[in-house]
Design a protein around this ligand. Sequence first.
Ligand code: PLP
Length: 264
Amino acid sequence: MQGRVLVVAGSDSGGAAGIQADIKTITALGAYAMTAITALTAQNSRGVFGVHAVPVDFIARQMQLVLDDYGADVVKTGMLHATEVIETVCATLDGAAAGLPLVADPVMFAKGGDALLDTAAIGALRALLLPRAYLLTPNRREAELLAGCPIDSVDDLRRAAERLLELGPSAVLVKGGHLDGETVSDVLLSRDGEQVFTHTRVASVHTGGTGCSLASAIASGLAQRLVLADAVRRGLDYVQQAIVSAPGFGGGRGPVDHAHTVQP
Ligand code: PLP
């Protein structure tokens, strides 16, 4: 085992996304997962039926106690559902987690479209979380809302990445999986330049947890001292295989698989 990742995110009772996907991914890739849970969600593959928020001082306490004792190599954030959660997590990042690289997945919606972020909190994500991120990993809709521009093509993904980079992260991975087409392109932009990762689309409704898993896979790679482009490449391969071997559970958008053989 190599690399410690502290995940700050919500729980998915269905085990597809959120903290559960994060732990499964980080473990499969040979790193160590720690968690500060921001909210419990009651959900299955058909939708999110309830959200139970964790008090913000308790979120900070979870982060501080594990950082003080175990330490971490990378912090990964997922569902930070409200402004006060974003404020508290960012304050703790500046304190107990100062200097650690942050992989920020700006979670806004579950796969079925249910909101996981108060829309009034988008401004707080933009103003507080983005400047602290080493890597930001928005999907099409999240990038549209954060960058304020429509995305209908790979060129639009590139433009959104440029706008988002101006908001402060060191790098941005704008994911193109929600665009139409037989291939999927994801645009990685940092101050070192742009890299487009293109792969064949795996057509499936069972994609629950892909966003969380990709961000956690990249966080694991960074914790294991891979350079960013290699961590992204390995993360994309991991998620691609996770979709291919999804178990088909549930009557809606079911989970991907984390038991496939991977090269840690
Ligand atoms: N975080 C939580 C707690 C969730 O429940 C979800 C989706 O349901 C997500 C994040 C985002 O999931 P995905 O990786 O499928 O985009």
